[in-house]
Design a protein around this ligand. Structure first.
Ligand code: ZN
Ligand code: ZN
Length: 325
């Protein structure tokens, strides 16, 4: 992790330059922070800022517009891209993985990847919506949640907290499972009803007790730990629905016989369709959801090394970069 100087970018046809205002540090950034095969790019894929320059042929954005940035790009031509599902395009490429990211003073991108931010939301809100928050919204939408369902959330990191904020609007009383006490306590602020510390308690037993022995009708897993996935499958009620959101597990010890007998519906959810953005921000504004509420520290870019170091050690809440002025 180091600061490098680059010439300021210039907007070509169809492009815009964004003056960055807020950028999140995401769990997936740690995969490029820890030594890997990935060549070095400018980090960052959760950003928001102000349109600074628009290139030729850009008609729907003006200098001064507030925008959140969509971080998965695709070929733009296939049926998935046409539906805004850039993250599923076979030619997809992601900021800070295959191209430069947005942790910079000025960021160059295609206009179509800039999503207008309403006045009611902050730059931090917008940055988080661009990845963790949008991912959470899209995943919850697939869960057919209602206040009648028992609901368990595994993982109280930033994606888990975002899921909590959205799921609460559906009327659920969330039972939250995590290994870290400070994360669990923080989750109370975002509507957790019951907490299970998986490092101290038998999670399956605790869930069964809290659900009258039936298991949870809806479970979401915002953790990439295979143990969390395996336990979640044990905790599901008959005919329940389980949503897998956390990536990274390299092992799989899920009891598939249990899964089959319980007739579980499984949902995988990955990022969000670009075209869902307008309905999403309407939902956040109407329900007064501000993802910035979970930001526990804001760093300057110059403090990136410290920020990444602390974040990789399992920090609580969301870490952001911020630009003054
Ligand atoms: Zn992310
Ligand atoms: Zn495509």
């Amino acid at each position: 992790m180091e600061i490098r100087e680059y010439p300021d970018p210039e907007a070509g046809p169809g492009q815009v330059v964004v003056k960055m205002k807020a950028a999140g540090i995401c769990g997936s950034d740690l995969q490029i922070y820890t030594p890997s095969e990935t060549p070095p790019f400018i980090a960052g894929h959760e950003g928001a800022g102000i349109v600074h320059e628009v290139g030729e042929g850009v008609f729907d954005l003006n200098v001064g517009d507030l925008v959140s940035i969509y971080h998965h790009h695709g070929c733009g031509k296939c049926s998935l891209c046409q539906r805004g599902l850039y993250m599923q395009c076979t030619e997809r490429y992601g900021l800070n993985w295959h191209t430069n990211g947005c942790d910079s003073d000025y960021f160059l991108t295609d206009a179509k990847f800039c999503m207008k931010l309403p006045d009611e939301l902050t730059f931090q809100d917008g940055a988080i919506i661009g990845c963790a928050g949008g991912t959470a919204y899209s995943a919850v939408k697939k869960m057919a949640l209602s206040g009648r369902n028992s609901f368990v959330l595994f993982g109280a990191g930033p994606v888990g907290l975002s899921i909590l904020m959205v799921a609460k609007i559906y009327g659920v009383k969330p039972i939250v499972v995590d290994m870290l006490e400070d994360r669990l306590e923080f989750a109370m602020k975002f509507g957790a009803d019951q907490l299970i510390n998986a490092s101290q308690t038998d999670t399956l037993e605790a869930v069964m007790e809290l659900t009258n022995g039936r298991g949870a009708e809806r479970i979401m897993i915002a953790s990439g730990a295979h143990q969390a996935q395996a336990t979640a499958v044990q905790c599901i009620a008959a005919n329940g629905r389980i949503g897998f959101v956390g990536m990274g597990a390299t092992e799989n010890s899920m009891d598939m016989n249990h899964f089959i007998r319980r007739q579980v519906t499984a949902v995988g959810s990955y990022v969000f369709p670009r075209l869902d953005y307008p309905e999403m921000v309407e939902f956040f504004v109407d329900n007064d959801i501000h993802y910035s509420d979970m930001v526990t520290r804001t760093f300057k870019l110059e403090e990136a090394e410290e920020a990444y170091h602390l974040f990789s050690a399992g920090a609580n809440g969301k870490f952001m970069f911020g630009w003054d002025g």
